[in-house]
Design a protein around this ligand. Structure first.
Ligand SMILES: Cc1cc2nc3c(=O)[nH]c(=O)nc-3n(C[C@H](O)[C@H](O)[C@H](O)COP(=O)(O)O)c2cc1C
Length: 202
């Protein structure tokens, strides 16, 4: 069997880790356009996520700002707080997850989990392309249901803003503090146990 080496890979594990850490939920979107080809590349990464029984329960509505009518319809599905910065993004999305299995109509309790994996892929690919996305739980489900007539067996899950990020010097004053806030994470020992619950050697 062939031993895989770093040369087999397009990017090294270290570079991948750096990319994953570079991702951040920016609130400072630039008006630079995201092309249809770029969106296709991002959704290509998205659709290769793993899912329970390969159901691929994720669905997305995507609107480019240049498509004013659809963009505004999606924007009205996002709550007012999030709209303040999300309206500047060149692409907005809404996410959905099918609640039942296609093969037998039984409840799929992992539908949200699988959507999350797909958005994780989307996020990693966007970062590798120099793009940023910001996910939003703050959506207005009633507006989304009214405007898009979502089928009953789909959960309306979240909104996503996608685009390039402004350099910090160009960020509007009211967003400066939020955009430059240091990002924090729990330590590995707080989330990974290798003994009893709560015990960690990491
Ligand atoms: C499912 C989900 C929902 C979120 N909802 C919102 C939201 O409604 N508004 C917002 O400003 N940020 C939202 N965020 C962004 C988180 O606040 C952000 O990911 C977290 O603070 C960590 O920051 P980072 O993504 O820059 O590492 C959401 C993130 C996720 C994954």
């Amino acid at each position: 069997m062939k031993n895989h080496t770093i040369e087999d890979k397009n990017i090294s594990a270290q570079e991948q880790l750096e990319l994953l850490k570079k991702r951040r939920s920016t609130v400072a979107f630039s008006d630079q356009e995201v092309t249809k080809n770029q969106l296709e590349e991002i959704f290509e990464a998205t659709r290769w996520a793993a899912s329970c029984f390969n159901e691929q329960p994720w669905r997305f509505i995507v609107a480019k700002k240049s498509h004013h009518e659809l963009f505004n319809k999606v924007l009205s599905g996002i709550n007012e707080n999030n709209q303040t910065w999300a309206k500047n993004a060149p692409v907005l999305m809404l996410t959905f997850a099918k609640k039942t299995f296609e093969k037998n109509d039984k409840p799929n309790m992992h539908h949200m989990h699988d959507l999350g994996l797909a958005v994780g892929n989307m996020s990693a690919q966007a970062t590798a392309m120099g793009l940023y996305l910001h996910q939003m739980a703050g959506i207005v489900r009633d507006n989304i249901q009214r405007d898009f007539d979502i089928p009953d067996d789909y959960e309306i899950v979240s909104g996503i803003a996608l685009g390039y990020k402004l350099e910090i010097k160009d960020v509007p004053e009211e967003l400066q503090a939020r955009e430059s806030k240091e990002r924090a994470r729990k330590a590995i020992s707080e989330i990974v146990f290798d003994g009893n619950w709560g015990e960690s050697s990491f």
